[in-house]
Design a protein around this ligand. Sequence first.
Ligand SMILES: [Zn+2]
Length: 305
Amino acid sequence: MFYSATLLVVFGLINDFVTCAEWSYSSPYGPSNWTTMHGNAACGLRAQSPIDIPDATNAQYDEMLVPFVVMGFEKKTNVLKLVNNGHTAQLNIIGDLKVSGGGLSGTYNTAQLHFHWGSSSNKGSEHLRNRTRYPLEMHIVNYNSKYDSLTNAAPKPDGLAVLGFWFKVVAEDNKMFAKLVNNLTKIQNADDEVDVTDVLVSDLIIPKLDKYYRYKGSLTTPPCYESVTWTMFEETIPISENQLRLFRNLKEKKPNHKIVNNFRPVQQLNGRRVSRSFKLETDGANTICSSSIVTVLLVYLLHLL
Ligand SMILES: [Zn+2]
């Protein structure tokens, strides 16, 4: 009796430990176990992120996907706080930054941006493109302005719009990113943070936000809410190996562990559609082809008359 009661208590303690433990990217609390951890049931649903974005020819052109409009990204007065939260380097944004257009309904407020990277440059991105991995991916997280905060918007189906950017390795440092990545040396340990005053968010993105892929998905970290309208931009951002090294030197909360490979494995599409905002030559060829058929028919009909 005593023995079984002790077993029950021990089992209860283990269970509490498992459900209360913080998620990570490696076992025993890695992606394959997220659903079993308290509050993360959504991680097992069918519209999860990231995914393998198909080749442009296998994505469907959607004329509703107009260019994005960003507001306040170039302001020097924005308050930016760079934080090592143990999972990533995150730039918290306090200011009047907004995103609209891009086939979104209404305006979304910009809350933060953060990164996912690999231990080496043959991996790191969360989204793949036609099975290709990139060394770094940046996510700009925006919440629907009809909700009063990121926290309240996050579980709502139309709550979030994340703008994602792939990076490619080049020989030269990306000067636009120099100020931000040099600040990474000041947040080496988990929970470190530093105020960043000389970074413009507009310097961190590509100039033309018109060519992108779109699908409906989820947060890529627990609690994995399926509330994200995802955008992945076609144009990559350059970054050097020296700059990537500064990301790879950041430390997790776990002693002596560096933050690397902080990406979730790709999830099944499960019938979801991936659209694109830009036309391909093959799209144009269909139009020419169909207009040629109309011309031939007209000529034939006129001939009959
Ligand atoms: Zn992310």
